[in-house]
Design a protein around this ligand. Structure first.
Ligand code: ATP
Length: 361
């Protein structure tokens, strides 16, 4: 286990492209951190700088308060699992797992002990003689993880390790990695573009965009109290609905829609703004005109519905705005009908249109 710190870390590639800007993060011993963000946001670059596979252009990376910028991956005590697994095809599962220890000169008995123990943890004991091509995707993934944890590394780095698996295997491996982390306890940094992985696995999530950190927080903090519109839209599936609006003397007026909400007393902070976005999550609505206090009532026209089994997505319009509502499957409204729905005040998010900052959390 290790405590890590990134201080004002910047990465400029030799071609002059800056991939990471002023990255600051303290990672506690044994913490599971997920770096998440859209393609190209700089998460792999950050992970590779932590691994020692990429130079840090500016700033510091510290392990246990000591600057580690110049240490090799081996000196840093990191083990890494890549998206591609990078298994040796001609070696058996046993040999793939033993390889790193052999290179480091451990004796045979120790290696055998470690391989058998690691294979037990990962449910690979019966596959030790097989070659990677004789395994399923999920089993190969477990060998790749096994090869990394067998070395008892202090720092465990994973770059999109589940992206080659089908949806079902991904769910299984997700919980296996969480369970493994509980058992092994290594400080773990995990890169993904999948917000569901981030939400289900992380102690804390770091959301990145265009090389900048957008937010750092627990899954609950980022879901319930997103600090800006990007984070609010990135965390949650389907994404939050955003409606461009104007603040006028008498309320919040949706642009290009005949809706005015009398909310200035409830959210007085918006009085200082002119252009805002009105946000609510698809899952936080109640169908119908719910006659309760602290509710906004809205009307929309249904364009399309999607039955998913446990829920249904309703694609609808409010004036020129497309929105998505998540409803119970037996409640799916008819296409082209007008529906009413209610949004509790506590589920409303208001954002400054200019900066994207959340105004009311
Ligand atoms: P993905 O999810 O697609 O892997 P990412 O968030 O991991 O994306 P990075 O791989 O860190 O993104 O890349 C960040 C940015 O840096 C991208 O715009 C990429 O094109 C650029 N980049 C990556 N490697 C290099 C390089 N060797 N030279 C120049 N630019 C690079």
């Amino acid at each position: 286990m290790a405590k890590l710190k990134l201080e004002n870390v910047n990465k400029i590639y030799p071609n002059g492209f800056q991939a990471v800007y002023d990255f600051n993060l303290e990672i506690n011993e044994g913490e599971f951190i997920v770096l998440v963000g859209p393609s190209g946001c700089g998460k792999s670059t950050t992970l590779r700088m932590i691994a020692g596979l990429e130079d840090i252009t500016e700033g510091n990376f510290l392990i246990e308060e000591r600057i580690a910028n110049k240490l090799s991956p081996r000196e840093r005590g990191v083990a890494m699992v890549f998206q591609s697994y990078a298994l040796y095809p001609h070696l058996s599962v046993y040999e793939n797992m033993a390889f790193g220890l052999e290179l480091r000169g451990f004796d045979e008995d120790y290696i055998e002990d470690r391989v058998i123990h690691t294979a037990e943890i990962l449910g690979l004991s019966e596959y030790l003689d097989r070659k990677p091509r004789e395994l399923s995707g999920g089993q190969r993934q477990r060998v790749a993880v096994g090869r990394a944890i067998i070395r008892k590394a202090d720092i465990f780095l994973m770059d999109e390790p589940l992206s080659n698996l089908d949806a079902k295997q991904r769910v299984i491996m997700r919980s296996e990695i969480i369970e493994l982390h509980r058992k092994v306890g290594s400080t773990t940094i995990y890169v993904t573009h999948d917000q569901v992985e981030a939400m289900t696995m992380a102690d804390r999530i770091v959301v990145m965009k265009d090389g900048y950190i957008q937010a750092i927080g627990t899954p609950e903090e980022l879901y319930f109290k997103p600090c800006n519109a990007f984070v609010a839209g990135f965390i949650g599936e389907p994404p939050m609905n955003f409606i461009d609006s104007k603040v006028t003397g008498s309320g919040i007026q949706f642009n290009q829609a005949n809706v005015k909400l009398d909310l200035l007393n409830t959210f007085p902070v918006v009085k200082e703004y002119e252009d805002i976005q009105f946000g609510f999550r698809p899952e936080s609505i109640l169908l119908g005109h719910v006659a309760a206090e602290k509710m906004v009532h809205l009307e929309a026209e249904v364009e399309l519905t999607e039955l998913l089994g446990d829920t249904a997505n309703v694609y609808a319009n409010i004036g020129a705005h497309n929105i998505i509502l998540k409803v119970e499957p037996y409640n799916t409204p008819k296409i082209k009908r007008k529906i009413e729905f209610s949004v509790p005040y506590e589920s409303i998010y208001l954002f400054d249109k200019k900066t994207g900052r959340t105004l009311n959390v």
